[in-house]
Design a protein around this ligand. Structure first.
Ligand code: DGT
Ligand code: CA
Ligand code: CA
Length: 587
């Protein structure tokens, strides 16, 4: 591993809570693969959970010289490890374990259905180390020889492996965000730098990113590259020329840096933001108008006529400035020409959240803690939607437990200030399209969020019929994560989304854009289809812990990719307005 020598001290903020938790989880995984003491493994898993559930930024706390408060499951040894991670960005134990266990096994472990026992079996008996090798072994029947790999298990595994290989080595947008922000703020301190921006798919807010493309503007690119290669989170340097460099960070994320001559800043930003399809369409338009457009500027007869800012590039092409999320060549250039670009929704437009969990099912925090966190995130209302009984792994609620929760919420609402809790449930849509709670239970709720959590493999016809039937229920309000996909783990279900959107319009219910990083479901194109049909989209966090409301901004990013404006989104409405919708929705 090439780690460039750096004179720059590691910033004390190099570890956000998510990163600390991820390190603890990786340690637990690696220990697991070594058959280590189960108590030790569990201690690291609990610590990861604890760190995630902790609201304030631990790096910030320790950095400002304060002590870490007592966290559940975190004793002296783990506190020291946290200190080490904050200080150095990593942890000696992790480095040691990584040398002992083939790294690809951890990737196998992250495939649903594969625990440490099965991964060890695969490795020791078949030499399987990667998802590709696993797929090959399944296809040519070698798995049949192994204990614990029956036909159903194999079918499930194959599906999960296919989903994984489809996504490739892409990173979830939300998980790339913290490293991206850190490297950007580090680069702003490089000598002579006037601008720094993330470009590429990250700036367009795609749900996953292949790598991070970062641009800096400076007259002396060499100095910027040198500064960049000294970044403490760099694990490996792939290329390090004067004006461009590529590295891999500790998190596995690749970062490409390009340093731009300031007069070409805007043109470069357009070019490297992409998408490729948008760039091609822009360049064609430039040509038609007698210009030459490149990453270096807009030229006429060899002379640069625009390109210092993005606005200058679009202006000279007679276009309104197109927000990065729309740059996919899906009609944005025509809209910009006609002055008909949408006024995209902004994160600050959200006034509530219609999907969140508490300790009562599989969440980490109490009702009150969730309410406080939602208020701190700037929301005015929050629907508590714990799971229904069918979802046993999530400790789903039955009718009686739900009734008790409703009473608790009524009581809480009498003393909460600045936030209102709504009574809801995330109700399983059963295989036949029925809802998993009796009508009497559903009727006492403010809203019902219906969701598919099983039978993912139904045919398109059956799956569509299932969803339509569920939506017909007189208490149904929001169809949660309509495709039930998990990025890199589970493919979207087969369903006729056009029919679902039409049915939602007739029924007067809403579709969810679930902002959990692994879900990001609805897709952007279906947001746009919903908008065209006048079906409101609800951008929900699906929060399972207090910190999860921060995910909403990625949901807003995807909504923007789907051309949504404030009025297209249900939870931009004030509480009264929302209540009217909920009332009208109920038959
Ligand atoms: P990713 O990294 O796979 O999530 O997607 P992007 O869009 O970030 O793609 P990337 O990193 O390969 O390149 C960054 C941007 O550079 C891309 O959005 C547009 C521009 N670009 C890259 N290759 C080409 C190309 O061959 N032609 C044009 N016109 N633009 C390109
Ligand atoms: Ca990229
Ligand atoms: Ca790139």
């Amino acid at each position: 591993m090439a780690r460039p020598v750096s004179k720059v001290a590691a910033p004390r903020h190099a570890a956000d809570n998510e990163r600390i938790a991820a390190i603890f989880e990786e340690i637990a995984d690696l220990l697991d693969l070594q058959n280590a003491n189960p108590f030790r493994i569990r201690a690291y898993r609990n610590a990861a959970r604890s760190v995630r559930a902790f609201g304030p930024d631990i790096g910030g706390l320790l950095g400002s010289g304060r002590e870490l408060p007592k966290l559940p499951g975190i004793g002296r040894d783990l506190t020291a490890k946290i200190g080490e991670i904050v200080e150095t960005g990593s942890c000696a134990l992790l480095e040691r374990l990584r040398k002992q266990v083939p790294g690809t096994l951890v990737e196998l472990l992250s495939i649903p259905g594969l625990g440490p026992k099965r991964v060890q079996h695969l490795y020791h008996e078949l030499g399987v180390e990667t998802p590709q090798q696993l797929r090959a072994a399944a296809r040519d029947g070698r798995l049949d020889r192994l204990h614990g790999f029956g036909p159903r298990m194999q079918a499930k595994l194959l599906q999960a492996v296919d989903a994984r290989l489809q996504t490739g080595h892409r990173h979830l947008l939300a998980l790339a965000a913290a490293p991206a922000e850190r490297v950007v703020s580090y680069l702003r301190r490089a000598p002579g730098v006037s601008e720094v921006s993330v470009a590429g798919s990250f700036r367009r807010m795609r749900d996953t990113v292949g790598d991070l493309d970062i641009l800096a503007a400076a007259a002396d690119p060499d100095a910027v590259t040198r500064h960049f290669l000294g970044y403490p989170e760099v694990r490996e340097v792939l290329a390090g020329g004067p004006a461009r460099a590529s590295v891999v960070l500790e998190s596995g994320l690749q970062v490409d840096l390009r340093t731009i001559d300031p007069p070409a800043w805007g043109a470069a930003l357009v070019y490297f933001t992409g998408s490729k399809a948008h760039n091609i369409a822009l360049r064609r338009r430039a040509q038609e108008r007698g210009f030459k457009l490149s990453e270096y500027g807009v030229f006429k007869d060899g002379r640069r006529v625009a390109g210092d800012t993005e606005a200058s590039v679009y202006r000279i092409l007679r276009l309104a400035e197109i927000p990065p999320e729309l740059r996919e060549d899906r009609g944005e250039i025509e809209a910009a020409e006609a002055g008909r670009l949408p006024r995209l929704i902004e994160p600050g437009d959200l006034r509530g959240d219609l999907h969140a969990h508490s300790k009562a099912s599989d969440g980490a925090n109490s009702l009150e803690e969730m309410a406080e966190a939602a208020r701190a995130a700037g929301l005015e209302y929050l629907a508590i939607t714990d799971h229904s009984r069918h979802l046993r792994i999530a400790h789903g609620l039955d009718a009686a437990a739900l009734l008790r929760q409703c009473e608790e919420i009524d009581a809480l609402n009498r003393c909460l200030r600045g936030i209102t809790l709504l009574k809801g449930a995330e109700v399983d849509i059963l295989e036949n399209g029925e809802l998993d709670l009796p009508d009497e239970a559903l009727q006492q709720l403010d809203l019902v969020v219906g969701a598919v959590h099983d039978h993912f493999g139904l045919s398109r016809t059956q799956q569509t019929r299932r969803l339509l039937r569920a939506m017909e229920h007189r208490c149904f309000t929001v169809l949660a994560h309509p495709f039930a996909r998990l990025i890199g783990e589970r493919e979207p279900i087969e369903v006729d989304m056009t029919a679902v959107i039409k049915a939602a319009r007739q029924r007067g219910c809403a579709l969810e854009l679930n902002a959990q990083p692994r879900r990001m479901d609805l897709f952007d194109i279906h947001c746009r289809a919903a908008k065209e049909q006048g079906v409101p989209v609800s951008i929900d966090s699906d929060a399972h812990r207090a910190g999860d409301f921060a995910q909403l901004r990625f949901g807003v990013g995807q909504a923007r990719r789907g051309w949504l404006e404030k009025d297209d989104v249900l939870n931009t409405r004030g509480l009264q307005d929302l209540r009217r919708f909920l009332r009208d929705c109920r038959r």
